[in-house]
Design a protein around this ligand. Structure first.
Ligand SMILES: NC(=O)c1ccc[n+]([C@@H]2O[C@H](COP(=O)([O-])OP(=O)(O)OC[C@H]3O[C@@H](n4cnc5c(N)ncnc54)[C@H](OP(=O)(O)O)[C@@H]3O)[C@@H](O)[C@H]2O)c1
Length: 289
């Protein structure tokens, strides 16, 4: 079972698993999912949906439900893992956050969930996802005057394509499940932590160049960004999330490349320049992000 099938990452994972007869897509709103896979309602805040939804599941690909204060996210993930253990789920593959992201304001619930899995009864695999190229594009969106004012300084991000994280997650979950059904061999992924970042780091200047059309990079301050985000109608928890992300990029903590994505994909991942060029071309053609 893949949870979070209604989100960008979960949806892309489910798309990659189309045609399989042994995969279930879980979501808070299963009725609207654009998939031919069987679906079940899964809401980490609804214990009955977890009890019924995890019945008979052997391998759970737990997509983090990360929007909220730490206690909200911890409660969601804790409830999901408790229910998975009660239902006899044998292994959990969890989409976490890159180790380089420990300074990010939303790192704590990811590390809590990793610790909960290590202490739990199910076998586990942790996919430590880097920040999406799509997120960088959103952070660095230009203002109406064509200026990117995100406070990224000269910092760069080893941004990764969300679709490639989805591909890696789908592959790991299927291989983990297959190893267990092919004569009970130990999963090649059990007890493994994979660091999944992009192969190229780019910053605000490169994003402006890729956008073209006279867009320029004029980085502002964290204080200015905090005021703008707070005034935009964002939920209170989102203000430190967005400002802290910019601060962590600006301070150079998220520029490191390398990691395990090439070996999980079996090829070199797409660089941030290519991913963003495709994204902007698609947006220009009305395809959206
Ligand atoms: N690495 C990055 O750059 C980055 C960026 C943003 C977020 N994230 C994290 O990665 C996760 C997936 O990213 P995304 O791009 O797919 O985000 P997204 O498109 O905003 O989707 C949000 C996800 O959270 C799930 N969710 C929310 N509340 C839930 C609940 N009560 N029970 C179960 N699931 C719940 C949604 O599942 P349904 O709608 O199907 O119920 C959906 O999969 C996010 O939730 C967040 O933790 C990572």
């Amino acid at each position: 079972m893949v949870t979070g099938a209604g989100g960008g990452l979960g949806g892309a994972i489910v798309e990659r698993l189309t045609g399989r007869r042994d995969v279930i897509a879980g979501s808070r709103r299963p009725e609207g999912l654009p998939t031919t896979l069987p679906t079940r309602r899964i809401d980490f805040e609804d214990p009955a949906s977890l009890r019924d939804g995890f019945t008979g599941v052997r391998t759970l690909l737990l997509v983090s439900a990360g929007y909220g204060e730490d206690d909200t996210v911890i409660a969601r993930h804790g409830a999901a893992i408790d229910a998975a253990e009660r239902a006899g789920v044998r292994r959990v593959v969890y989409t976490s956050l890159t180790g380089a992201g420990d300074h990010l304001p939303y790192a704590l619930p990811h590390r809590w969930t990793e610790r909960r899995l290590r202490e739990g009864r199910a076998a586990w695999t942790i996919l430590r996802n880097g920040l999406y190229a799509e997120l960088l594009a959103a952070l660095a969106a230009p203002d109406p005057e064509g200026r990117i004012t995100a406070p990224l300084g000269e910092g760069r991000l080893a941004a990764v394509a969300r679709r490639e994280l989805a591909e890696a997650a789908a592959r790991v979950a299927i291989e983990a499940e297959s190893a267990s059904t092919d004569g009970g061999a130990r999963s090649p992924h059990a007890g493994r932590v994979y660091e999944l970042v992009g192969p190229e780091a780019i910053g605000g200047r490169e994003v402006a160049d890729l956008m073209g059309g006279g867009v320029r990079y004029e980085p502002g301050t964290l204080a200015g960004a905090r005021e703008r985000v707070a005034a935009s109608g964002a939920a209170a928890f989102q203000v430190p999330m967005l400002v802290g992300t910019a601060s962590t990029i600006a301070a150079g903590f998220l520029a490191g490349t390398g990691g395990d994505l090439p070996s999980l994909l079996g090829r070199e991942p797409a660089g941030a320049t290519r991913v963003l060029a495709e994204l902007f071309a698609g947006a220009g053609a009305g395809a959206g992000a």
